[in-house]
Design a protein around this ligand. Sequence first.
Ligand code: HEC
Length: 160
Amino acid sequence: MPEDTNYSIRRRLIAVATAILVSAPGSHLSLAQASEAEPAGASGGRPTTMKGVMTEIVAPQSDILWRAEEPASDEEWSRLEEAAIALQVASSMMTMTSTNPEDHPYQRMPIWRLLTDEMRTASIRALASIRDKDLDALFIAGNDLYTPCEACHRATYQKE
Ligand code: HEC
C-alpha cells in the first residue's frame, strides 16, 4: 500500500522542527522549554522571539540552501531537504505572536504576512527542487528566498 505522503510529510515537519528547537545551542527558544511543561498548543501558539527564530533557524538553514553545491550523497540531499522544511516551519512560526512585545508592531504590518508567505512559497519551491535533485531550480528558489529577507529587514528593524 502506498505511504500516505501528507501524513509522513507532516510527521517529518514536526520531527525536524522539534529537533531544531531542542538542539539549538544556548537556546533562548521558549517553545523548547514550554513543550516540556505544557501539552502542544496549550501556550496558545507563542513560539519565541523574532531574534530567536532568525538567528537559530532562519539564518543557518537558509545558509545551507544558499551554499548548496552538487550534493554527493543521499545524506547531503536530505540535509538540504531538512533545511527547506525548517524554513517552511519558521515562516509559519513568524506569523504567530512573538513572545517579545517589541516584535509586535512589525508583526502587525500588512507586509509582514505578505513577506512570510513569500518566504514559505520559496521554501516550498526549494523543497520541490531538492526532491527533483534539480540544482538549477534550487538556485532560483534560493534567489526567491532572499528577496523577502531583505525586503522585510528594510521595512522593519533596519529602518530605525
Ligand atoms: C517578515 C519579516 C522577515 C523576514 C521575511 C525575514 N526576517 Fe530576518 N529579521 C526580521 C526581524 C524583525 C528581525 C529583527 C529581530 C530582532 O533583532 O529583534 C530580523 C533579524 C534577522 C537576523 C539578525 C540580524 C541581527 O543583526 O541581529 C538575521 C541573521 C536574519 N533576520 C536573517 C534572515 C534571513 C536569512 C531571512 C530570509 C531567509 C530573513 N531573515 C527573513 C524579520 C524578517
